[in-house]
Write a protein that binds this ligand. Structure first.
Ligand SMILES: Nc1ncnc2c1ncn2[C@@H]1O[C@H](COP(=O)(O)OP(=O)(O)OP(=O)(O)O)[C@@H](O)[C@H]1O
Length: 586
């Protein structure tokens, strides 16, 4: 096995896309400012109200004090409304930014590396988790402000009466302990809860995708049990979280009234001794309540803990390894010679592909065959650099693929897949979408070459029919994927089982049209049918991730093992297998 000395550049984490650095500090700062101002108004109120009461009790003119009390009350209401408004904006901004970073990372990531994340899991991360994560900056600002009220209340209390302040201060450590225990215990439960939530979403999505299979097999009840199986664990975890929350609230629910009662008692004694006025007692009771309000931080603390876990989960998608591109370009008018040298692909510590010294001649068609799991799709992905090999190098016209710019790579290498994803635009837009603009004429030509023109004409608005409202069969949809690849064909076209849903006659027609009317170039075709292998100039035969042979189909057909690949037994036929178009063989 030859391995390259200069390893190709490894994957690296995707950089953040432009414009998704988040809404910055401003929205959270606004939340902080408004809530601190509201807290300040709340703290000032008892002092002003107490003083107003004393003035009124004395029967004199209270002057501007009643108006000041009313203004403070109004101001607090207004500031609370502004806090709610800015909290919503801040949360929405951060949610959008976190979601878009994760989404960008997901789209940039090497597709093969995103495989462990099921669609349901990704859906949960991008929706529920992103929303929880987006709430953290506003919750953090609100938490900071929520500490201003008790702290301000304590200072004001000390200003009114030191004895009552000392009494409240003595009770606060117990409340702080309750909060600490809550934050610590909640963290673990929240992480597990989010994991199980994602598990249920994944299973549900799988079941929806396989609805036809489930209906046909009559396994609906079993599937329902499977989807809902993690529900019991979710219930336990949810119960545990609520119990923690409830316990924290219950403890602070006992502590807070006790603290207020103690403060009132001390204030009463001070009133009796003449050290406090009635207005002062009113202020003291209110301040004791505000100071003990530190317990309300438990809810905010819970949101922050939950949001931080959710952020980690969501942004794990941003950190998916992405391909790094070079600055190289391909020599103009190269024939499209592809070469794989010392290529090794490892997954989970296992070698799943090893290809060394294999050349795919330019301008010819090479089929890749092998049993299921032999490594055909991986070879196709490595050949067109959807995945970098862990070792070795792939060269197109003598240039390493990982040294090419993204543009050079994607305009010269086109892919067609078994199950293309074409988006929600019109048929024509779907075919035209790609690394470069293509003319409407080229789109029409590609649609014809893919054998799709007849059914596209029958659509309600022809090629202008939006895909979601186009009643297409699997094979028809597949042909639109082929048309897109044909429209953007460069010097290398990789077709990974891209004609699997076509009947043999249509497949043959598509092959003829491909040779006649699509830009000539190198074709690498993953094939399951002998007819496709027969039409190719050469065949790469893979077995257990290794190349067993590279030769024309007619030569390989002499081997029983090769014939067995296609379910053909018996002795080798004297003539080639499958329909051979003119000029298809060298
Ligand atoms: N991301 C991955 N993680 C783990 N194993 C992987 C990954 N990608 C591919 N493999 C493994 O590599 C082997 C080759 O996979 P590949 O999809 O290339 O097979 P294939 O020949 O195209 O099969 P089929 O004809 O069934 O599509 C399989 O054993 C597969 O499980």
């Amino acid at each position: 096995m030859r391995t390259s000395k200069t390893r190709p550049r490894r994957t690296r984490p995707a950089p953040n896309g432009a414009g998704d650095a988040g809404p910055g500090r401003a929205p959270a700062l606004l939340v902080l400012l408004c809530s601190v101002a509201a807290a300040a108004a709340a703290v000032a109120q008892p002092l002003v109200l107490g003083h107003t009461l004393d003035l009124l009790l004395r029967g004199g003119d209270a002057g501007h004090w009643p108006a000041l009390s009313a203004a403070l009350l109004l101001g607090e209401v207004l500031l609370d409304s502004l806090t709610a408004l800015f909290t919503g904006r801040c949360t929405a901004g951060w949610t959008a930014s976190i979601r878009s970073r994760a989404f960008t990372g997901l789209l940039r990531g090497v597709p093969d590396r995103a495989r462990p994340y099921s669609p349901g899991d990704v859906g949960t991360r991008l929706t529920l988790n992103a929303a929880d994560a987006g709430g953290v900056p506003a919750a953090r600002a609100a938490l900071a402000a929520s500490l201003v009220t008790p702290a301000g209340a304590l200072v004001a209390l000390a200003f009114v009466d030191l004895w009552v302040a000392a009494c409240v201060l003595a009770g606060l450590p117990a409340l702080a302990l309750v909060l600490r225990a809550f934050a610590r215990d909640t963290g673990a439960s929240v992480a597990a809860y989010q994991r199980v939530q994602a598990q249920i979403a994944s299973r549900l999505l799988e079941a929806m995708e396989g609805a036809a299979t489930i209906a046909a097999a009559g396994t609906g009840a079993r599937e329902r049990r499977r989807v809902l199986a993690p529900l019991a664990e979710l219930g336990v975890l949810g119960g545990r979280m609520w119990a923690l929350h409830g316990r924290a609230l219950a403890r602070s629910g006992v502590l807070v009234p006790l603290l207020v009662l103690a403060a009132t008692a001390v204030g009463g004694v001070r009133l009796a001794s003449g050290a406090l006025s009635v207005g002062d007692l009113l202020a003291v009771c209110r301040y004791a309540q505000l100071a003990a309000g530190v317990g309300g931080a438990a809810t905010l603390l819970g949101s922050i803990v939950r949001g931080r876990r959710a952020r980690e989960r969501t942004l794990a998608l941003e950190r998916l390894p992405a391909l790094a591109y070079g600055t190289g370009v391909l020599p103009p008018d190269g024939p499209g010679d592809l070469e794989l040298r010392g290529v090794r692909v490892l997954r989970d510590g296992r070698e799943v592909l090893r290809v060394d010294g294999v050349r795919v001649p330019g301008g010819r068609t090479t089929a890749v065959v092998g049993r299921s799991g032999a490594g055909k799709s991986l070879l196709a992905a490595v050949a067109g650099r959807l995945v970098d090999p862990d070792e070795g190098r792939v060269l197109l016209d003598g240039v390493r693929l990982d040294r090419l710019t993204r543009e050079a790579l994607r305009t010269e290498v086109a892919f067609a897949f078994e199950r293309p994803v074409l988006g929600e635009g019109t048929v024509a837009e779907a075919v035209a979408a790609g690394p470069r603009r293509v003319s409407p004429e080229r789109v029409r030509q590609a649609v014809r070459a893919a054998g799709a023109d007849a059914f596209v004409r029958r659509l309600p608005c022809g090629a202008d029919t939006p895909l979601p409202s186009a009643p297409l069969s699997g094979g028809e949809y597949q042909r639109l994927g082929l048309a897109r690849a044909f429209a953007h064909a460069g010097r290398l076209l990789v077709m990974d089982d891209a004609t699997s849903s076509l009947d043999t006659a249509t497949e043959y027609e598509v092959d003829r049209a491909l040779r006649r009317s699509v830009r000539p170039g190198t074709r690498l075709v993953v094939a399951h049918r002998p007819s496709v292998a027969a039409r190719a100039d050469r065949v790469i035969w893979l077995e257990d991730g290794r190349v067993r042979a590279v030769a024309p189909h007619r030569e390989l057909w002499r081997e029983a093992d090769y014939r067995a690949l296609f379910g053909a037994d018996g002795p080798a036929p004297r003539r080639d297998h499958g329909p051979l178009p003119e000029g298809a063989r060298s």
